[in-house]
Write a protein that binds this ligand. Sequence first.
Ligand code: FAD
Ligand code: DLZ
Length: 510
Amino acid sequence: SRRLLLLLGDQLDLSHPALQQLDRQRDHILLAELHQEASYVPHNKLKIALIFSAMRHFAAELREQGFYLYYYDYVETKDNWASFSQLLNHQLNLHDYAQLWLIEPGEYRLQAQYKHWQGNLPLPVQQFPSHNFIFSRTQMHQWFAAHPQPRMEHFYQWARQQTGLLMESGRPIGGKYNFDKQNRRPWSPTEQVPTPRAFRSDKLTQEVLHLVSQEFSDNPGKLEHFNYAVCREQALLALDDFIQNRLAKFGDYQDALADNQPAVFHSLLSVYINLGLLSPLDVCQQAQQAYQQGHAPLNAVEGFIRQILGWREYVRGLYWFMGEDYAQGNYLQAERALPDWFWHAKVQMRCMQQAIGNSLHRAYAHHIQRLMVIGNFCLLAGLDVRSVCTWYLAVYVDAFEWVELPNTLGMALYADGGILASKPYAASGNYLHKMGNHCQHCPYSPKQTTGLRACPYNALYWQFIDTHQQAFAAHPRMALMVAQWQKKSHSEQNAIRDWAGKLLTNLDRL
Ligand code: FAD
Ligand code: DLZ
């Protein structure tokens, strides 16, 4: 009665109950680098390399712990078994398994395959809940079902009460749940950001880097930037580095844009949490401890915990609650093709050039770059929703559909019509100018709206308001902008429309 447990590349967690319940003498584990998974979008080379390296390091740990593991590497699988179904058929022929064990996958694409196996494979299939989140899918479903007009803030308050994080006698520490107003400082160029801890590649990683450079040479990404933690032990060091050296200022500069500072005071931890190397609750508890010990102020620690306990759990709950059709949303009918520079970063707008450059070459951009630089531009220019989502899913090291889709389609593009975001995150060049120091290195001026030197965000912003006047006129938080547009003279409106039209037909040349 031998069992087979299939693990995915983002289920690298030794403490998962399925692993605890396996009989190490008898049961088998299957972990595989597969063409199907490495090619559903043109993943960044750094992302593939990190996932393969983390899988190989995890495999070594499993073997050390006495588990019986079948590990299939990419070179072995690519010509023989491109998909999980093919590989499973092969594996099931090797041994007489009594049960197949699975752990809830992170996306509909794989869930459909898992469902198909139940009933179509010649053995019983049992599925375990994911261990990568604080709340279960059932808990999240119940929360959404009970809140017909869901808002992250309400969920977050509930989540604080459930976990007791930053709570004292049933009340939020500091007298309120949210210190966001203290977390909007623009960048101060005199600020020194401690260099995040980097990890040297060992032999396993070097082999993977070689493999990726050979097999995925056309994908985005520069492998020379590979300096990730590749196992839990290193991920814990990365967490410690953030808590010791950057957390204290995370809050102040959470929304800041800084020229030539890829990470500012952000944690760089998303990928480790998403892969199962760090537990989201542990990360929150460590941040809480830093507050309790006086190492970091409340606005930083609350802001950081809100991202994980609040946003991360919330978007994952929403992804599953909304169903597969959520991905088809295109509320503002955005269908314009992506400019080519999304794939090579040769663009003059300084904020964009840095945000896209980091995304492509380093597989990372911080939240405000993803939302207010790139996402905002996609929203204003009406770029095709499906293509934008594919781009986000491809380029970032931490990108998995359960988190990428709600953030891109819902938060950045407003393509769900306001389910995730209470208003479109639309902003002109003035916002970007206020939050950072890119503009002083940019050929465009945030003070001009039309003309060759005008920051493209400005005219695009007004044409966005113009185009969607009807949709926004009754929106409590957008009506003011519509009124401002309508107050402009006809000649000013026409000049802006004209210029915006020129920009939109020449996006490739910005
Ligand atoms: P920090 O700023 O240090 O934040 C701490 C942690 O909070 C992160 O590590 C992450 O686990 C969590 N977090 C913060 N914001 C969010 C959020 N909005 N949703 C979910 N978790 C959050 N995050 C991903 O993990 N994968 C994605 O594919 C992804 N795509 C995004 C696409 C768009 C358009 C936007 C606007 C955001 C996206 N995010 C995504 C959320 C967020 O931008 C990243 O989690 C964050 O930038 C990762 O960097 P960090 O670890 O330094 O985060
Ligand atoms: C993203 C990714 C990549 C690039 N490669 C693999 C792989 O070879 N094997 C694997 O099991 N998983 C991989 N993954 C992650 C999955 O594609 C998928 O996104 C997550 O497992 C969803 O939960």
